[in-house]
Structure formats: structure tokens, C-alpha cells
Design a protein around this ligand. Structure first.
Ligand code: HEM
Ligand code: HEM
Length: 195
């Protein structure tokens, strides 16, 4: 089946699906590796953190692209007959996820920028500091580092809690409600008729 690039009223298009699944895989991988990273400044810890930062910055760019694409491409509406409260819960969760997809890597980038640290993007180039945040003196930089670190970690844990809720909602639609919400986000699937 040929999926168009843009979204349709019945299903997500190829661009939205590709970005959704790339971002989802990158975020889940990034959380797993940062939680599995060994303590202490060992070479393995440094390598994992370097990968965590590069992948996280990639998520930031892909999420901005996703939001721009969403802005020019109306997404499929909620399925018919969905209770207003569930409709609200879905919209709220999606907005929250978008907020976290931007705020978490941004806080990470701010955290390293104020320390004058420019992470390597997969060994290809040094990712610059956020303009205006790279020139702080050591004492001010340290204070801001702590602040952005706390924000980064707290929001990171909010994402860890929200992802299973989001997955459960997708499964609820597919298994219990038997609508097209999960299918319309999966490439190459045939939609159920009459729902
Ligand atoms: C998809 C984006 C990202 C996610 C979901 C994410 C998630 C997390 C989480 C959950 C933690 C806490 C781990 C723990 O409790 O031990 C963490 C730590 C950390 N993250 Fe990220 N992160 C992302 C992007 C970034 C970026 C872009 C940077 C920097 C450029 C970064 C730098 C760090 C650092 C330095 C730590 C360690 C902080 C500490 O030891 O307290 N992260 N990240
Ligand atoms: C880190 C992981 C994930 C993030 C950050 C994420 C984020 C999002 C966001 C922001 C949307 C709203 C799309 C829009 O309408 O603009 C969405 C939709 C969706 N996601 Fe995820 N997602 C993740 C993982 C997953 C997983 C593992 C599943 C599998 C069940 C999934 C299933 C869906 C489905 C079915 C939709 C479409 C909902 C609808 O049609 O209203 N997502 N996701």
C-alpha cells in the first residue's frame, strides 16, 4: 500500500509516522542507556554519556521538525464516539509529550552549555553552546548547571512515567476499543472499516 507523505483525515502520513517512530526509538534507547550507564567517570561511562548527548540533541532537532510538519499538516482527528474525557486525556498527553520532547534535550543542552562543554555529535563535529549561555563565568555556570540538571532529570523521569501510559492508551484503542488509532500510526496497515 502506498502511504502519502502528508497526513490524511483517516491516517498519519509517511513523514509523521517516520518521525514518530524514529523519535520514540531514540528516546527509549537514550533513557535505557543513561539508566544503565555505570557510575563513576570511567571510559565506558564517558562514551555512553557522549552518545546520550548526541542522540538527545538529534531528538531535539527531529522533534522541532515534527512540530513544524504538524503545524502545516493537520493530524487525523480523534476516533468517532470517543468520550470527551478520553479525548481530552489524549490531547493533553500528546501536548505533554511534545513539551517533554523539546524541554528535556533543551535542558540537557543548557546544562552543558553553561559549563562551556560542546558535546561531539557522533564524532563528526562539536555541537555549539546555546548562544548567550556559553560565556558565563565559572561560579555562575556552576549554579545554572545544577538548575538545568535538576530540570533535565525531573522531566526525564516524567517522560519515563508518561511513555508506558501512552503505550497503554494505544493498546486500549487497539485491543479493547478496536478502533484505528494504533493502526493509523503503523506503516503499511489496512484500516478497520466501520469504526
Ligand atoms: C531524548 C532526550 C533525552 C532524554 C530522554 C534524557 C533523559 C535523561 C535522564 C532520564 C537522565 C537521568 C538519569 C538518572 O536518573 O540517572 C539523564 C541524565 C543526563 N542527561 Fe539526558 N536526556 C536526553 C538528552 C540529553 C541531552 C541533549 C544532553 C546534553 C547535551 C543530556 C545530558 C545528560 C547528562 C549530562 C545527564 C547526567 C546528569 C546527572 O548525572 O545528574 N541529556 N538524561
Ligand atoms: C518515547 C516514546 C514516544 C513518544 C515521545 C511518543 C509521542 C507521541 C506523540 C507526541 C503523539 C501525537 C502525534 C500527533 O498527533 O501529533 C503520538 C501519537 C501516537 N503514538 Fe506515540 N510516542 C512514543 C511511543 C509510542 C509507542 C511505543 C507506541 C505504541 C503503542 C505509540 C503509539 C502512538 C499512537 C498509536 C499514536 C497516534 C495517536 C492518535 O492517532 O491520536 N507511541 N506519540
Amino acid at each position: 500500500m502506498n502511504t502519502p507523505a502528508h497526513d490524511l483525515p483517516s491516517r498519519y502520513g509517511a513523514v509523521a509516522m517516520t518521525l514518530h517512530w524514529l523519535i520514540a526509538a531514540a528516546i527509549i534507547l537514550n533513557i535505557i542507556i543513561v539508566l544503565a550507564a555505570p557510575e563513576g567517570r570511567t571510559p565506558l561511562h564517558m562514551a555512553i554519556m557522549s552518545f546520550h548527548m548526541a542522540l538527545g540533541l538529534t531528538v531535539l532537532v527531529l522533534s522541532i521538525l515534527r512540530l513544524v510538519w504538524r503545524g502545516i499538516n493537520p493530524v487525523p482527528p480523534p476516533p468517532q464516539g470517543l468520550a470527551p474525557l478520553l479525548r481530552l486525556a489524549g490531547a493533553a498527553t500528546h501536548h505533554l509529550l511534545y513539551g517533554l520532547m523539546i524541554a528535556i534535550p533543551l535542558a540537557g543542552w543548557l546544562m552543558v552549555s553553561v559549563n562551556h562543554f560542546t558535546p561531539s555529535w557522533f564524532g563528526l563535529f562539536a555541537w555549539p553552546a546555546i548562544p548567550g549561555f556559553g560565556g558565563l563565568d565559572k561560579a555562575a555556570g556552576h549554579g545554572w548547571h545544577e538548575t538545568f540538571e535538576t530540570i533535565h532529570v525531573v522531566l526525564g523521569w516524567a517522560m519515563i512515567i508518561l511513555i508506558p501510559a501512552h503505550i497503554m492508551a494505544g493498546l486500549y484503542h487497539h485491543v479493547l476499543r478496536k478502533d484505528n488509532v494504533l493502526l493509523r500510526m503503523l506503516p503499511g496497515t489496512r484500516l478497520r472499516s466501520g469504526v
